[in-house]
Design a protein around this ligand. Structure first.
Ligand SMILES: C[C@](O)(CO)[C@H](O)COP(=O)(O)OP(=O)(O)OC[C@H]1O[C@@H](n2ccc(N)nc2=O)[C@H](O)[C@@H]1O
Ligand SMILES: Nc1ncnc2c1ncn2[C@@H]1O[C@H](COP(=O)(O)OP(=O)(O)OP(=O)(O)O)[C@@H](O)[C@H]1O
Length: 292
């Protein structure tokens, strides 16, 4: 029986400005992160030995470089030697390489779940610092609040953007984040904005023009979606999202979406639901292995 079953939701970058580049090649960003109520699901079952094992509905992700295994092994370095082992199962629903932060969210949910199950005295700040070693998007999922982020994503200020309905479309291409950040034509000198003075109109995603040029299918999907709602690329793509005032309009657009793309409707969230669920789970009697 799964001891804990927890969500690992997606994020959107409501805007993404590249304001410079560090000496090590990483880019300094200004971005606004919001979660959406759609994502993967992770189940954690304690084992009788000390092994950490993984299964996934997507067989190609069942490997040692899965961010979930990396997160678990990283956290194990901070646990007592007698900590129990754990089997983690990922029910993958998020497209990978989609700019939705699926791998990062899975890693963050793993860090939060294992801190809870292994009862580790690590603060959110310490956990977010560990998460940053796994990926630039992990800290915001660990801290669990919609946020304006600077640096590579580690300097976070909580934010409360409006929570509209979104139609998220995957145009069927996979885009590697490093390939976009390495591209010579990527604009890297956006003038820093003075947070919290932002609006949809005075912001953008600086990767969007380049991604549309390199991947015509993304451009085609954006041209289609923008007829229904203000629309934008998330992260380095390939997913795009349109902002709707209500669910009915978002679902009506989804119904008309050309069949070659996949899409889903989701609500914006300013709190990562895994944090809410773990607060409730803290009352669970671990010795009885109660299911949550
Ligand atoms: C584009 C975003 O999704 C925006 O939220 C993130 O910044 C990307 O986060 P991520 O997928 O967790 O990316 P990481 O695994 O940390 O980095 C992948 C690669 O992208 C490049 N990279 C990433 C983030 C950043 N601020 N500058 C970069 O240049 C680096 O070459 C890095 O090796
Ligand atoms: N648990 C995981 N889920 C998805 N991808 C994973 C996972 N662990 C490792 N990866 C690897 O990470 C790559 C990027 O996946 P991910 O879903 O995080 O991309 P993304 O949505 O573009 O993220 P971002 O917005 O952070 O760039 C995948 O191609 C895959 O090889």
């Amino acid at each position: 029986m799964a001891l804990l079953t927890l969500p690992a939701v997606a994020k959107l970058n409501l805007f993404l400005h590249i304001v410079g580049q560090r000496a090590d090649g990483y880019h300094n960003l200004q971005t606004l992160f919001q979660f959406i109520d759609f994502g993967d699901e992770l189940s954690f079952t304690l084992r009788d030995d000390s092994e950490i094992t993984l299964s996934c509905t997507e067989p190609t992700l069942e490997s040692a470089d899965n961010l979930v295994l990396q997160a678990a092994h990283l956290l194990a370095q901070h646990a007592h030697k007698t900590r129990p082992g754990v089997h983690i199962h990922i029910h993958k629903k998020l497209p990978f390489g989609g700019g939705l932060g699926g791998g990062s969210s899975d890693a963050a949910t793993t860090l939060l779940a294992l801190r809870h199950l292994w009862q580790l005295p690590l603060s959110d700040t310490q956990l977010a610092e560990l998460g940053l070693q796994l990926g630039a998007d992990v800290p915001v999922f660990v801290r669990g609040q919609a946020a304006f982020a600077e640096g590579v994503g580690e300097f976070l200020q909580p934010a409360q953007p409006p929570c509209p309905w979104y139609l998220v479309i995957h145009p069927g291409v996979q885009i590697s984040t490093p390939s976009i950040f390495k591209h010579p034509d990527l604009p890297r000198q956006h003038l820093p904005l003075n947070w919290p003075n932002w609006s949809w109109e005075n912001t953008s995603n600086d990767c969007e023009a380049l991604v549309c040029q390199l991947y015509p299918e993304v451009a085609k999907a954006l041209d289609w979606l923008v007829e229904y709602a203000p629309s934008r690329l998330t992260g380095t793509g390939a997913c795009i999202f349109g902002r709707f005032e209500n669910e009915t309009d978002a679902r009506a657009a989804l119904e008309r979406m050309p069949a070659q793309w996949t899409g889903f409707v989701a609500r914006g969230l300013n709190e990562n639901p895994v944090c809410q669920q773990l607060r409730q789970a803290s009352t669970v009697n671990l010795t009885n292995k109660t299911e949550v």
